[in-house]
Design a protein around this ligand. Structure first.
Ligand code: DX5
Ligand code: ZN
Length: 225
């Protein structure tokens, strides 16, 4: 059975204190740290790049789950590999012609390949990447339009999670956007096991409680299904 992974999105952290924010989240029970890379082109927002991952890597051995919202993911593989990224998730909308090359290169740099899709992108578009001889090892189903934290969860994206889980019982399926205590149950029962949460975790007075509540929700859903 796939393991629950709770991944606070560092986009909602205090970027001026990234190392201590990361440590705080791990202390609160986070499995992964979700890093949102935005290039100001694929999405209308600009965040962090490889130099920041490299700096953070010096302070933690945690799994850095990098979500690349960039138009040219190929250009980022080498620098992210060197910087110490753990997972490298590119968008299917930005990799129509070169996803096979991307998967190969990501693996050759010692990272775990994943593919993300926007809310309006049909789920069928990622099937070839999961069924490829060298497959992606995670699918990230965006549950908001990529670009910003703090948006409202889109329940209509759950059909995609259900379809994926039915087809691939042992695939890591990540959901990202608007997840928190009020939306986790619907995502968990649809079959998501990797949960990204920014504002609900960082905005909580007790982040550890929110993290543990989300983990329990995934565990309970797995017992039923
Ligand atoms: C949005 C990012 C998310 C974001 C989630 O483009 O991919 O990771 O930080 O933030 P919340 O949980 O606040 O919706
Ligand atoms: Zn993200």
């Amino acid at each position: 059975m796939v393991k629950p992974k709770i991944a606070p999105s560092m986009l909602s952290s205090d970027f001026a204190n990234l190392a201590s924010e990361a440590e705080r989240m791990l202390h609160c029970g986070a499995d992964w740290l979700h890093m949102d890379i935005m290039d100001g082109h694929f999405v209308p927002n600009l965040t962090i790049g490889a130099p920041v991952i490299e700096s953070l890597r010096k302070h933690t051995s945690a799994y850095l789950d990098c979500h690349l919202m960039v138009s040219n993911p190929l250009d980022y593989i080498e620098p992210f590999g060197k910087a110490g990224a753990s997972g490298f998730t590119f968008h299917v909308e930005a990799s129509k012609d070169n996803w096979q090359e991307l998967i190969q290169k990501i693996k050759s740099k010692g990272m775990r390949p994943g593919v993300a899709l926007k809310p309006k992108t049909p789920i069928e578009e990622v099937y070839p990447l999961v069924e490829n001889e060298t497959p992606v090892e995670m699918v990230l189903v965006m549950t908001v339009e990529p670009g910003f934290g703090g948006q409202k969860f889109m329940p209509e994206t759950m059909d995609k999670v259900r379809a994926l889980r039915q087809k691939y019982p042992s695939l890591d399926i990540e959901v990202d956007g608007g997840l928190g205590p009020s939306t986790i149950d619907i995502a968990a029962s649809a079959g998501a096991n990797c949960i990204v949460a920014g504002s609900s975790v960082f905005g909580a007075s007790e982040p550890a409680q929110v993290i543990s509540l989300m983990r329990k929700s995934v565990e309970e859903a797995q017992k039923i299904n």
